[in-house]
Every structure is written in C-alpha cells, then in structure tokens.
Ligand binder design. Structure first.
Ligand SMILES: Cc1ncc(COP(=O)(O)O)c(C=O)c1O
Length: 329
C-alpha cells in the first residue's frame, strides 16, 4: 500500500492509502471480461452473497448503494415518504443537512455527545457512530436504548461510515440492529480506500429494502462498482481489508499520544473514527493556527472543533510540532 498525503487544506477523512495494484488489476480483469453493451443484471446474487456472508446477514436485508451518500438519501426519502421528520446530530455531518434539505424532509437537531433522542413515527433520529466530527461512538446498549424508547416500532437511522475504526464496531451486530428496527447506512469509502468507487450499502428489513428498491433506479451500481465489491469481499482480500483498518487504528493511537503531549488535557475528544477531534476553546490561537497548517485539518468554528484526519501527512505535521517549542499550558 502506498501512503500518500492529502493536498493541504483538503480534509475529507479519506483513506490515507491506495489499494494495492494487484487489487486494481483484479477489478480491471473482471471488467474486461464483461460485455459492456449489456445492462448489468437487475439483481446481483453472487456479489450480494459475498457481501452478505462478510456481514453475516440475509442478502434480502440490504441494498448495494453508491456510497453511504445514496444509502442516506434512500433512508431519508423513506422516512419522509412516511411523514417523519429527522432529528440530526449537532455537531454532525454536513451531508445530513444537505440531503434532508434537497429532499424537502423536515428536520431539527439534538446535541451530541450527551443527548440520545427516542424515535417516533413522526421524528426519527439519525445516529452516527462514530460521529463526524465529534468522534464519539455509540454502544449497542445506546442504540438499543433509543429503540426501546421508540414509539410505534419506529427505528432510528444509523450511519456507520466510520464504524470499522471503532473499538467495538456495531456492524458486527447487524442482525441484532435489524431486530431492533434500525436502518443502517454503511460506507466502504474510508475503511477500504474506495471513496472514488462510490460503494456502500443500506441495511434494513427485507420489507423496507423491497420498498426502497422499488423507488430507486433500476440499475443501481455499474459494472465497475460491482467488480470492485466482488473483489473486495473475496476471501482472498481478507488480510488487506483488515490491515487497512489496523493501520488507521494504530496510527490514530500514535497521533493521540503525540497530541496529548502537545495539548491541554481536555482538548482531545473521543477518537473512534479515522479522525481526531480537538476542542480548541482552551488552546492558544497561534497553536491552533500551527495545528491547522501542520495537519491540513478541517475547522468547525461553531463547535470550536478541529477534525484531524489520521494519515501520514498529519502524523508528520504533529511530529514536527512536537519537536518545536513546547506549548504553554
Ligand atoms: C458521516 C458520514 N456519512 C456518510 C458519508 C458519505 O460516505 P460515502 O463516501 O460512502 O458516500 C460521509 C463522508 O464523509 C460521512 O462523513
């Protein structure tokens, strides 16, 4: 895997490396064999079987989507079509707002970490674990609590884009989440370095999946996306998948170690994703500026938060800061 720095100023929590050339070649070889003049099959039993077996769920309980973005749009659309408004986390992913607005689905906010709203048929919470940008993760008990307090069997929407990096990933319990009524959105962009391929999935009961698929494009994924997924979930790539996630988790620990030497004790937020949240209210402005420059991180002014993506570029940047003059605390 080649490690590469993102261009300064761009912090989209993208993966810090490319998949190996062998992987890309395997995808291209698959594509080469296909007849491009043909529409892709409406259902993809073989690819779905591989993905289903990786997650240990029924092939009828998910839809392959163009990234978590599409899964979120479909989940929001589904909620809106039933007359529900959404409760979005604050601070939260800007895409939640954008999608809700674009679809004309009503929304309000709840504050995280701390608040865990219950679900009702009229107000569905969108949970994100680990949450972008605050970094905190939810436990199964947290999600179960939301579902237990929900009215009329309404399940929350759960965004698991960064879940592969969490200490206790929730995607390992998808069947249990399904039994609570949760609708989950999964991304392979960050965990498996595939943001450019646009692949993810929506997980819900087979009844909801049928209903959502009925309203979606007939040909969801193209040949390239299907070949990427077919390759990714081949057992042959088990080791690569695991090592990508492991690299992020161990580099994150190293970065947290350095940052906790550099920053006041309460500045670091929970770190369960491929990014590190830093609360800047007690940090001198000059140091905040240095940190932003050294890591090309995103600033969230309204929540006084920096979000530093775990990659070689930020690691090198904070190592350099550590070797500079100590920060007066
Ligand atoms: C919380 C959250 N959900 C969804 C997405 C979109 O992911 P994808 O690339 O799979 O569409 C992002 C991207 O940054 C995100 O931060």
């Amino acid at each position: 895997m080649r490690a590469e720095a993102p261009p300064p100023g761009v912090d989209l929590t993208e993966a810090p490396f490319e998949l190996p050339d062998r992987f890309k070649k395997a995808v291209i070889d698959k594509l080469y064999e296909l007849e491009w003049r043909r529409y892709p099959a409406l259902r993809q039993p073989e690819v779905k079987e591989k993905v289903a077996s990786f997650f240990g769920i029924d092939p009828g309980a998910f839809l392959l989507t163009r990234g978590a973005d599409e899964a979120l749009r479909l989940a929001f659309q589904h909620a809106g079509s039933r007359g529900a408004a959404l409760a979005l986390p604050d601070p939260g992913f800007f895409g939640f707002l954008r999608t809700a607005r674009a679809l004309g689905v009503e929304f309000d906010h709840y504050h995280v970490p701390g608040e865990l709203p219950s679900a009702s048929l009229l107000r569905l919470p969108v949970l994100c674990s680990p949450n972008n940008p605050s970094g905190h993760a939810l436990s199964m008990a947290d999600v179960q609590g939301v579902c237990a307090r929900s009215e009329g069997g309404a399940g929350p929407l759960l965004d698991l884009t960064y879940d592969f990096f969490a200490d206790r990933p929730l995607h390992k319990n998808l069947n249990e989440l399904l039994s609570f009524g949760v609708i989950s959105c999964i991304s392979f962009s960050k965990s498996f370095a595939l943001a450019g391929a646009r692949v993810g999935m929506l997980v819900a009961t087979p009844e909801i999946i049928e209903e959502v698929a009925e309203k979606n494009d007939r040909f969801g994924l193209d040949y390239f996306q299907l070949a990427v997924l077919d390759t990714l979930f081949d057992r042959r790539w088990d080791r690569e998948r695991e090592s990508m996630v492991e690299w992020v988790r161990s580099t994150r620990s190293e970065m947290v170690g350095i940052l906790s030497d550099l920053l006041p004790g309460d500045a670091l937020g929970p770190c369960q994703g491929n990014f590190i949240p830093v609360h800047i209210s007690g940090v001198p402005d000059t140091f905040v500026r240095d940190l932003v420059e050294a890591t090309a991180c995103k600033v969230h002014p309204s929540s006084e938060l920096l979000r530093i993506t775990v990659n070689d570029f930020s690691l090198a940047g904070i190592r350099k800061l550590r070797s500079g003059p100590a920060l007066a605390r």
